[in-house]
Design a protein around this ligand. Structure first.
Ligand code: AHM
Ligand code: MG
Length: 337
């Protein structure tokens, strides 16, 4: 027996009557993201059969090698929203240097939202058939579009109207929040629908697992090193040492902690204090989800949601997960020993 028979479409209709923030337009956008996620999930399962794995030979605006499927996932999102006649006004994506303005149908009211995307997070996992995901963040944009669209799109994480991700693992899972709890859906391939598999998710205040690329240990500031040393120390009273799990896919690691508690960190390095991850389409949306589930997202000194971006592709150090674990990391990082 399925645990639920509520599809994403039905859930969004129900929620629109309960939560004013979930407008019809926002529901439509989430629906189109879900549809694109289904298509990406399907293409991922067969990519190796069609020669669609591997690198394009290009580097993106971040200076990182682009996988063919990075490009394909981006194309699928852009095509979906261009085909929907301007339900979003602009798309910012890890795979596009500049924001893409989405034109509306002739005479149609311009969309009131901007969509921020990491179309395929963790794509270096693809060749090894490991988990990847798509991350999205949605902001309301009002007034006229300025010629310099980018400035208009620099919004704080706390002002997001919705955020979420699609995770392509053993199951394809969609998680979203629009500020009224975190909901999870699992793709039922038989009927082609996302079906509700978790409501108002809450994470434990403390976990037993941490996630970091420890090969960078020597490059980290002392406070980060001391925090990770603390997690590895033996202390039965506080459940240490924590176990270590690092998948190479941020959204997969954060999903683990959303369900079981724990802490993910990708800190800045002494010679690269801004870190690796992107604020507007990685840290901020996952921060919104995790805070809604009772956790925290921080740079170590500042709440992620409070940061006013200076560029759409800005990088930021990220520590995200259970409330007490992130709080402990902040203690170590802010203690100038
Ligand atoms: P991507 O969006 O280009 O895939 O980069 C983000 C990824 C995260 O998913 C992951 O946690 C991290 O980068 C892995 O980086 P590293 O290989 O330095 O550990
Ligand atoms: Mg990413």
């Amino acid at each position: 027996m399925p645990v639920s028979s509520t599809t994403l479409a039905n859930h969004l209709l129900q929620q629109q009557t309960l939560h004013r923030g979930l407008t019809h337009e926002l529901s439509q956008i989430i629906g189109h993201i879900a549809l694109t996620g289904k298509v990406i999930g399907r293409e991922l399962t067969e990519a190796a059969l069609h020669g669609a794995l591997g690198l394009t030979g290009e580097t993106n605006v971040q200076g990182e090698a682009v996988q063919k499927l990075d490009e394909r996932a981006n194309e699928l999102f852009v095509q979906t929203f261009e085909g929907q006649g301007g339900v979003v006004r602009a798309i910012v994506s890890e795979e596009m240097d500049k924001p893409c303005e989405v034109g509306g149908h002739a005479g149609a009211r311009p969309g009131e939202h901007a969509l921020f995307l990491d179309p395929l997070d963790g794509s270096s996992n693809l060749d090894a058939n490991m988990t990847v995901g798509s991350i999205f963040s949605i902001h309301r944009v009002q007034g006229h579009v300025q010629p310099d669209v980018e400035t208009e799109l620099l919004k704080r994480g706390r002002d997001q109207v919705a955020a979420g991700y699609v995770l392509y693992g053993p199951a394809t899972v969609l998680v979203y929040t629009c500020g009224a709890g975190v909901y999870q859906f699992t793709l039922d391939r038989g009927i082609g629908e996302f079906v509700l598999s978790g409501s108002r998710l809450k994470m434990p205040a403390r976990g037993k697992v941490y996630s970091a690329n420890e090969s960078n240990y020597a490059k980290w500031p002392r406070g980060v090193q001391r925090f990770v040393d603390y997690l590895r120390d033996k202390d039965a009273a506080t459940g240490r040492p924590y176990a270590s799990r690092y998948s190479g896919c941020l959204v997969a690691d954060v999903h683990r902690f959303l369900t079981g508690g724990g802490v993910y960190l990708y800190p800045g390095e002494i010679s690269k204090p801004e870190g690796k991850l992107r604020l507007m389409y990685e840290a901020a949306p996952l921060g919104f989800i995790i805070e809604q589930a009772g956790g925290l997202a921080s740079t170590g000194t500042e709440r992620i949601g409070d940061i006013l971006p200076t560029a759409v592709h800005q990088r930021i150090p990220l520590i995200i997960g259970s409330h007490e674990d992130v709080g402990k990391a902040e203690e170590f990082i802010q203690d100038r020993q």
